[in-house]
Design a protein around this ligand. Structure first.
Ligand SMILES: Cc1cc2nc3c(=O)[nH]c(=O)nc-3n(C[C@H](O)[C@H](O)[C@H](O)COP(=O)(O)OP(=O)(O)OC[C@H]3O[C@@H](n4cnc5c(N)ncnc54)[C@H](O)[C@@H]3O)c2cc1C
Length: 328
């Protein structure tokens, strides 16, 4: 059997992995020059199935727990959990967050000091999700693509539009992200903005989410004193450029978490449009011999491996997964 995967973002790469693992011949068409240079390039890399429950459906937890195992089994994942903090005046937000999620413990100032010494004396209470994890999206997608090409016989065609590949295949899996709007008319863009800061003045071991009524923010530590700063608020916009207001708000929020971020070097500003359906849940959709894997919204790394496994099972054995294969 031969399958063509369209798009080499996190959806396409994990789908290629699951298919090739089953001995299926796979080729990937990607219109950019390399893997994961679209929306997947800008992700924070948080694997946070329980924090996400604050606004997501239980399906995201199910897919997220399964995907975390995929990452653990195959790549370097940092298993230090997530810390959720709020300024004392925003404690009601922390309580509200705790009511919507689970798998956490309330921690006091002393425990905050043990977990994140640089945040001690800034917050007197927090939620600690010990079972969550994070990864560096750019690192793992590079490793994944390398493994696919060199160990799993997957053929990549970069700088190649999906339309340009003409040879016959048994199946196509369309993982074009937002570009698949030409076929999935209910797919819509949800903008996400991020910046990378570098500072040696503060060290964090794990993603920290700071709740705020207006600008909830998260900071994910990476190697070489780099921090990825993003906002969790939902912003609907067609523009993929980062706005001046977006940068100001992210920097203000990072500064509120710790003043050392005010002196940090700005390494990169970025924004992209996350592909989402109206309920913010991902789907597999069948159109003839093309299976669409899309709608990962802000759960690309958290959801793609579990979706990809279902896509591969469907193609190989015809197994139907109603939880992700509903039409609406
Ligand atoms: C700021 C930000 C932070 C985020 N943080 C997280 C996080 O912490 N955790 C998490 O799990 N998720 C996070 N996400 C969400 C995650 O990035 C997305 O859900 C994910 O990248 C979507 O992946 P995708 O493969 O569907 O789309 P994409 O990454 O956009 O991949 C689609 C690919 O298809 C290619 N393509 C399009 N059209 C064609 C064509 N005609 N022919 C060939 N190739 C084509 C594109 O070039 C692209 O490479 C974040 C997103 C943003 C923007």
């Amino acid at each position: 059997m031969k399958v063509r995967v369209l798009g080499a973002g996190i959806a396409g790469l994990t789908t290629a992995f699951e298919l090739a693992k089953r001995g299926i011949e796979v080729e990937v068409a990607e219109r950019r020059a390399g893997p994961a240079l679209g929306c997947s390039h800008y992700a924070g890399g948080m694997l946070a199935p329980w924090c996400e429950l604050e606004s997501a459906e239980p399906l995201i937890e199910t897919l997220g727990i399964e995907s975390m195992q995929f990452w653990r089994d195959n790549f370097d994942v940092v298993e230090h959990g997530t810390l959720v903090v709020a300024q004392p005046r925003d404690t009601p937000d922390l309580k509200r967050f705790s009511r919507r999620t689970h798998q956490f413990e309330w921690v006091d100032e002393q425990k905050i000091m043990q977990l994140e010494p640089d945040l001690s004396q800034r917050f007197n209470t927090a939620l600690f999700f010990a079972g969550e994890a994070h990864l560096d999206p750019r690192l793992v997608t590079a490793q994944l693509a390398h493994r696919l090409a060199h160990e799993m016989n997957v053929t990549f065609h970069f700088n190649t539009d999906a339309e340009a590949l003409k040879g016959a295949v048994d199946w196509m899996v369309d993982c074009r992200g937002l570009a698949a709007r030409d076929a999935l008319l209910d797919l819509r863009p949800v903008k996400g903005e991020m910046l990378l800061l570098r500072t040696a003045e503060i060290a964090l071991k794990r993603p920290v989410r700071m709740l705020h009524p207006r600008i909830p923010v998260y900071i994910v530590p990476r190697a070489d004193h780099i921090f990825m700063v993003g906002a969790t608020m939902i912003e609907n916009s067609q523009a993929s450029r980062i706005s001046a207001r977006g940068v100001t708000e992210l920097i203000n929020a990072a500064y509120a978490l710790h003043p050392a971020f005010g002196e940090a070097e700005i390494v990169e500003l970025g924004a992209d449009l996350r592909p989402a359906f109206a309920d913010h849940l991902p789907r597999l959709r069948l159109r003839g011999k093309t299976l669409f894997l899309n709608g990962l919204y802000r759960h690309g790394y958290l959801g793609a491996p579990a979706l990809a496994r279902r896509a591969a099972e469907f193609i190989q054995n015809g197994t139907v997964f109603p939880e992700v294969m509903r039409e609406n």
